[in-house]
Design a protein around this ligand. Structure first.
Ligand SMILES: [Zn+2]
Length: 236
């Protein structure tokens, strides 16, 4: 039984190392995923601002067309002035010109407003684009490091698993199953040391008789509280 317990303890050590490598690997993968998430979040904002910019520019172009039309109109009305016969007609045409000029001024103001909006948006867009470039640059630099780290982790895992298999093949199947179930359910600690009459897996006291029997290493013992497989270090 002593020998089997030694194998199980060895197995647990390897499995704990495997878990640690796997969690490191998960960290690397999460880091990569975070970069992707940040990139697509900022890219989304850039896309939104770009669409807004296109709308603004369309609106400005439309206003510019209206402005041209309005200016043509003023020229047309003014061209009628030399042909005017009566004072009444003259006043009416002047009034028409005045109105056209007012309309013209209004459109000019709107164009200026749009141009200011475009300017502000251009700045926002540049800011976001810079942010995107910075994230991309940082991600690119780190990505190659992470790819390398992931490769290394993968290699380590393959090696550990090879060693694990060679240890596991000498463990009786039923014990191996019990161990594996416990390892999963008990947070990576299936085999616990017992010391001073207590299980160090759950820190509960063991029945004194059971604790004493552990030193005989005659049979496989489990903790009555947490069910972990128990072992003792021979007393010095
Ligand atoms: Zn216990």
């Amino acid at each position: 039984m002593h020998e089997k317990m030694n194998l199980i303890r060895e197995l647990q050590e390897i499995d704990q190392e495997v878990s640690s490598i796997e969690s490191t690997r998960l960290g690397y993968r999460n880091e990569l995923a975070d970069f992707d998430a940040a990139t697509s979040r900022i890219q989304g904002m850039v896309d939104e601002l770009t669409a807004e910019m296109e709308d603004l520019q369309k609106e400005e172009a439309q206003l510019q067309q209206e402005l041209v039309k309005e200016q043509d109109n003023i020229v047309k009305v003014e061209s009628r002035l030399p042909e005017i016969q009566t004072q009444k007609e003259y006043v009416a045409v002047l009034k028409e010109i005045d109105l056209a000029k007012k309309a013209n001024k209004e459109i000019e103001d709107q164009v200026l407003g749009k141009q200011q909006e475009v300017e502000t948006l251009t700045e926002d867009l540049k800011e976001k684009q810079d942010e995107l470039n910075a994230v991309a640059e940082k991600a690119d630099a780190r990505r190659s490091e992470l790819d390398q780290l992931l490769d290394e982790a993968e290699k380590q895992l393959q090696e550990k698993k090879k060693v694990r298999d060679s240890v596991a093949k000498d463990v009786p199947a039923s014990l191996l199953r019990k161990y594996q179930t416990l390892f999963k359910r008990r947070g990576g600690l299936a085999v616990a040391m017992a010391r001073n009459g207590a299980c160090l897996g759950c820190n509960m006291q063991l029945p004194p008789q059971q604790f004493n029997s552990l030193f005989r290493q005659a049979d496989l013992q489990t903790c009555p509280h947490c069910n972990r497989l128990l072992y003792v270090e021979p007393e010095a």
